[in-house]
Design a protein around this ligand. Sequence first.
Ligand code: GNR
Ligand code: NI
Length: 181
Amino acid sequence: MSTLEILQFPDPGLRHRARPVVELDTAALRGQAQDMLETMYSASGIGLAAIQVGIDKRLIVMDISEDRGNPVVLVNPELLVRKGRRSMTEGCLSVPDYTDTVERADRIRYRALKLDGSPVEEWCDGLLATCIQHEIDHLDGRLFIDRLSLLKSRRVRKKLEKAHRSGVPQPLPAGVQSAVL
Ligand code: GNR
Ligand code: NI
């Protein structure tokens, strides 16, 4: 197992659509999922998309439990239905030192595969629904700051680009966590 480097905005590697996983139930895929979980836990995140660690696959890991003992791995996740709207404070391990309120669907039905290739399809809501939508966005090259108002999104992108150029330190994962809890 090893922790992986998390790409930071404005890395262009965060801006493409990740490719579907075609080979399930392989040692390689399990190994990548394990490394992603280790990376997510060590950064105190509640989710991580493969694209954030430079892996071009539609693969996400999550753990929204309080004791950090409930790892979830989803392969090729898809939103099937969105219901209602809800605003939540979000942060992102790829967006240093910034949190903001994002409006998303409140309740979703999603479909995905488990590591062994077996299908999952279910409704969820609350933090899990927010997290799945945030991670699927990553797989489509989208970040939560793209979902702010146009004016705000532009202002935030400029500010973060400037901070990036001047070599400001990496995100404090605890900041992201406090946005969650
Ligand atoms: O750790 C994270 N917290 C979080 C809080 C609110 C909404 C979404 C998230 S996901 C984020 C980890 C991350 O960047 N996943 O891509
Ligand atoms: Ni993120």
